[in-house]
Structures are given as structure tokens and as C-alpha cells.
Design a protein around this ligand. Sequence first.
Ligand code: C5P
Length: 273
Amino acid sequence: MLCTVVHAMAIPTSPKERNLNATAAVAAAVVPAAGRGERLGPGAPKALRELGGVPLLVHAVRALARSRAVGLVVVAAPPEGVAEVVALLDSHGLDGKDIRVVAGGATRQESVRLGLAAIPAGVEIVLVHDAARPLVPVDVVDAVVAAVRAGAEAVVPAVPLADTVKRVVPQAAGRPEPVVETPDRATLRAVQTPQGFRRAVLCEVHEKALAEETLAEAEGGLPPVTDDAGLVERFGGQVVVVPGHEEAFKVTRPLDLVLAEAVLARRRASDGF
Ligand code: C5P
């Protein structure tokens, strides 16, 4: 059901809907943008915070729309902010792409699920991109779509780690945490978005996760999955990594906004971005 039904509540931002059924090679992107972003400090929902005078969400949707491989973008907005997001996207002419808005959910996973339900039949490649990654270069978007077109069922862009990583036994804030293990850094990657999927695969794992969640509620729930590729792994699918980009970082903490402003200023100075 999740995979075939067009969500009745998806609101097009302007009259640009096209018949995507004839273009199965064109990707649709889901942008979960319903998070509060509390680690960024008090204020508007994270996706609506500004970077260079433009909301993070608008940057993220533009970054996707810039790719010729992307024909449709579905934004999962904060449930109380759907009308605001529709107006916002309308006011920032977005390359004539088909952009739709749905109400997001209580978790990232639920927001993605609600966005997926708004993708028309016939679209076979789906990207999921965090609104909180406003500066992803178009080459990364294109590389992810290309890898799915080439046959991968799930593709994630990722970069090597600069820091050594240790597994610990978490303790209350401020308490020393015993180290359990130091994984070999050469085998680790920091994963970004957009992540790309064969639509049927992504739909299937979201449906299975929903069913599992319902079953597991009585036992205290399942460990959280923080990205969509993680769901594919949980159910035995094969995920592959393609090169990501240092500018595709996630804006999570106040310092990330400072860095993002600097990247944007450099782009604007060098190519009128
Ligand atoms: O919290 P985190 O930074 O991991 O969120 C990643 C993305 O998921 C953000 O773009 C955020 O807006 C989105 N999200 C969502 N619905 C939620 C929680 C997070 O769409 N309930």
C-alpha cells in the first residue's frame, strides 16, 4: 500500500505536476524536514532556520532540483507548518520542478514513510535527503542516482573519518565512559544523504519496520535506525557506498551553521551561487 497509493494530502507547491509515469528512470526525492532540531538551540524548526538569508530546507530542495536526474521532490514538513512550507517553497522559484509537501511524522522514519506514500506510481528510483544537509553538491546527487540505475538496490554517499572512533559504555552526562573497542578507522565511513534506493526495496523495508515496531512495542521497542540504508541492512539487503563530499555535512549544532555560512559565502564569491 505504501508503495502504490498517491497520498491524498500531498500539496503541490505550484501547478507544475507532470506525468512522471512515463519516466521510470527519473528519481523522486523525499526530504524529511519535520524535526525540531533541538541541538541547534531554541527557535524555529531546524529546516526553517536560515543560512545566507534562505531557509535550510530551500537550500536542500534546490540542491536536489539542480540534478537533471530528479523529477519530483516531496517534502515532509512539520505537521503544524505545512501551509507555511508550501508558501515558502512557492516564494523561492525552484527550477520548475514538481515539488509537493506532506505533513511529516513524530520520527524521521515516519516522516520518510509519509513522504514515500506521496510518490506517484511509475517512479522506480527514490532518494531520501535530510533537509539538514543544505549544501550537498549536485555531483553527489547524480552519483547516487547513477549507482542505483546501474543496479544497486541501496546506495549511500559517505566520507572517510578524520577522527579515531571508540565504542564506549554510555554513562550519565559528564561521567567517564569505559572504552570497549577501537574499530579500525580505515574500514569506517561517515554516511551522508541523499541515499538512493530502488523504490520497491525502500517501501518494503519501511513496511517491515512498521510491522516490527508494532510487535516490539510491548517489549520496549527496537533500537533506533538513524538512516534509511540502515533499514535495508536490518532486513538483509545490500547497501553500497559511493564517495560523498565534505560540504554535504549535516547542520546539527550551532558551529555547523557557522561552517555552512562560510561555505556558502565562498561559493557565492567564486561562482555567484
Ligand atoms: O534529528 P536529525 O538531525 O537526525 O534529523 C535528520 C532529518 O530528519 C532532518 O532533516 C529532520 O528535519 C528530519 N526529521 C523529520 N521528522 C522527525 C524528526 C526528524 O523529518 N520527526
